[in-house]
Design a protein around this ligand. Structure first.
Ligand code: FES
Length: 101
């Protein structure tokens, strides 16, 4: 299993996301909630808006395009149940965020 370095926890501010790239250019949105890191596929399930550019509040990100909201832990869509964002499994070790493939 390959481990790909995505970012350092210190790179991910609280209250908004950042976008990083996995292998093959996959866009991954990273979020920091009270020091816990969450990762979603950056493409919003509605029309592929950039979730990593959305605002984060109370454990949810709001898509900047049409304001659908997603739970960062589960990817569950709050406004449109069932149209969920894709959770990406990441590992945090010693302040570094990795994708395991
Ligand atoms: S593209 Fe995200 S809510 Fe429309």
């Amino acid at each position: 299993m390959a481990r790909i370095l995505l970012a350092y926890v210190s790179d991910v501010p609280e209250g908004k996301g950042i976008v990083v790239y996995g292998s093959e250019g996959q866009e991954i949105a990273l979020f920091n909630v009270n020091g816990d890191i969450y990762a979603l596929d950056n493409a919003c399930p509605h029309m592929e808006g950039p979730l990593g550019e959305g605002d984060v509040k109370e454990g949810c990100v709001t898509c900047p395009w049409h304001a659908w909201q997603f739970d960062l832990k589960t990817g569950a869509c709050i406004n449109m149940p069932g149209d969920d964002a894709t959770v990406i499994d990441v590992v945090v070790k010693d302040g570094t965020i990795y994708l395991e493939e």
